[in-house]
Design a protein around this ligand. Structure first.
Ligand SMILES: [Zn+2]
Length: 48
């Protein structure tokens, strides 16, 4: 599940944070189907 944390959205599958809900949902969908990360999606994540 994508979780909202303050202003950010967390992909609970890989624990990356996104400013944009749509990217967090794309990430989660990818993470559930694939073991590896998708750089095209993760590059939109927020660096912590
Ligand atoms: Zn993810």
């Amino acid at each position: 599940m994508v979780r909202k944390i303050g202003e950010l959205y967390l992909c609970e599958e890989c624990e990356l944070l996104y400013k944009d809900l749509s990217w967090a949902e794309k990430c989660e969908a990818w993470c559930k189907e694939n073991i590896s990360c998708n750089l095209e999606i993760t590059k939109h994540s927020v660096k912590t």
